[in-house]
Design a binder for this molecule. Structure first.
Ligand code: FAD
Length: 297
C-alpha cells in the first residue's frame, strides 16, 4: 500500500509543531490563529522557541501558558543556557513549571556574540546542552528533548564529536532528540546508522522545514550547516513571482520528503511551522491525512 493510503487508513504518523514567540500584536494574532488551525491535526506536542540569553523569556512563557491553559496542548518550552548562571536557569525552569510545563527542549543556544563566533560558557553556568539535561534531570522527572544535527553542528570538530555530544545528552537523561532541518534523506539515514551504532536509543525525530521562500531559506540554512540540494533550485525555478505555484511546490516537496522517510521506516516528524498554517495544512493533506480521522484515532 502506498504511504499516502496508509496514512488515510490509520493516520499512524506522529506529529509535533514548533512555534516561535510573537514580537508584535500582528504576530501575536497570527500565532494564535495558526495554533487554532494546526491543533486540529492532534499533534503529540507543540513547542515554543526561546531566545538565546533569555531574550524572549516573557513572550515564550506567555505563549506556553496559553498553549497549555487555553489550547490544551501538550507543550514543550525550549530553554537555552547561554549567558546564564545555573541559578538563572533554575529560576526560569521554576517559572515554566508553575505555568504547567513538564517537557523542555534543552539547548545550549548560539553565542550571544553571533553565530560563528567562539562560545564562552557563563562561569557559573551550564557549558553545553548535555550539562543542562543533567541539571534538569536532577530537578524533576521532566520529558527532555534535545537537538540533533544530521549534517553536524557547525561548531563540531567532526561527525564523531557531534554524535558524542548527542550520546552525552542521552546518557544524562534526554528522552527525545529533534533534528535540525535537512532536505537529503540519505544524509539522515546515514546519521541514524551512526546514532544507533553509538547506542543512542531515544527517538531522533526528523525536523521538517516546509520551504516558504527558497532564497531566504538558503541564507538561514548556510548559518545552520544545512545543505540545500540542487533539486530544490529546479523545483522552485521561475516561481519567484508566482506565490500560488510556489506554495504548491513547497507542499509537494515537504510531503514527498516525509513519505520517503516513512518508506524508510520513520514515522515521527517535527514540523517547523514558522507560525503559519496554510503550508503545513497543505503538506499534511498531501500525505492523505485528515484532522477528523486524526482526532478520532
Ligand atoms: P549542544 O548540543 O551543546 O552542542 C551542539 C554541537 O556543537 C555538539 O554536537 C558539539 O559537538 C558542538 N559544540 C558545542 N559546544 C561546543 C564548543 N564549545 N566547542 C566545540 N564544539 C561545540 N536556539 C535558540 O536560541 N532557541 C531555541 O529555541 C532553539 N531551538 C532549537 C531547536 C532545535 C530542534 C534545534 C536543532 C536547534 C535549536 N536552536 C535554538 C539552535 C541551537 O541553540 C544552536 O544550534 C546552538 O548553537 C547549539 O545548541 P545545542 O543545544 O544544539 O548545543
Amino acid at each position: 500500500m502506498a504511504t499516502t493510503e496508509q496514512n488515510r487508513a490509520n493516520g499512524r504518523l506522529h506529529l509535533s509543531f514548533e512555534f516561535f514567540p510573537p514580537k508584535s500584536p500582528e504576530m501575536d494574532k497570527q500565532l494564535w490563529e495558526t495554533v487554532a488551525e494546526l491543533s486540529r491535526w492532534n499533534p503529540d506536542f507543540v513547542s515554543v522557541t526561546y531566545g538565546a540569553g533569555g531574550t524572549t523569556k516573557a513572550p515564550t512563557l506567555e505563549a506556553v501558558r496559553r498553549m497549555i491553559g487555553d489550547a490544551k496542548l501538550h507543550t514543550a518550552a525550549h530553554l537555552t543556557c547561554v549567558d546564564a548562571s545555573r541559578d538563572d536557569v533554575h529560576k526560569v525552569v521554576d517559572e515554566f513549571r508553575a505555568a504547567g510545563v513538564r517537557h523542555f527542549v534543552a539547548l545550549r543556544g548560539d553565542p550571544s556574540t553571533g553565530i560563528g563566533t567562539a562560545y564562552t560558557p557563563h562561569p557559573d553556568g551550564y557549558a553545553n546542552a548535555a550539562e543542562l539535561v543533567k541539571g534538569l534531570r536532577e530537578i524533576s522527572d521532566f520529558e527532555i528533548s534535545v537537538s540533533a544535527y544530521p549534517e553536524k553542528h557547525p561548531e563540531s570538530a567532526d561527525e564523531a564529536a557531534d554524535i558524542d555530544m548527542l550520546k552525552r545528552k542521552f546518557d544524562n537523561g534526554a528522552t527525545r532528540a529533534l533534528t535540525q532541518f535537512f532536505f537529503d534523506n540519505d544524509v539522515y539515514e546515514r546519521y541514524m546508522e551512526r546514532v544507533v551504532a553509538a547506542g543512542i536509543t531515544i527517538p531522533v525525530v526528523p525536523g521538517i522545514m516546509p520551504i516558504q521562500n527558497l532564497t531566504q531559506l538558503k541564507r538561514f540554512a548556510g548559518r545552520c550547516g544545512t545543505s540545500v540540494p540542487s533539486f530544490l533550485d529546479v523545483r522552485f525555478e521561475g516561481l519567484d513571482e508566482n506565490p500560488t505555484d510556489r506554495a504548491k511546490v513547497a507542499a509537494d516537496v515537504a510531503a514527498e520528503q516525509i513519505e520517503d522517510l516513512q518508506r524508510r521506516g520513520f514515522h515521527e516528524f517535527h514540523l517547523y511551522t514558522m507560525n503559519r498554517a496554510p503550508l503545513v495544512n497543505a503538506v499534511l493533506e498531501n500525505l492523505g491525512l485528515s484532522p477528523e480521522r486524526r482526532s478520532a484515532a
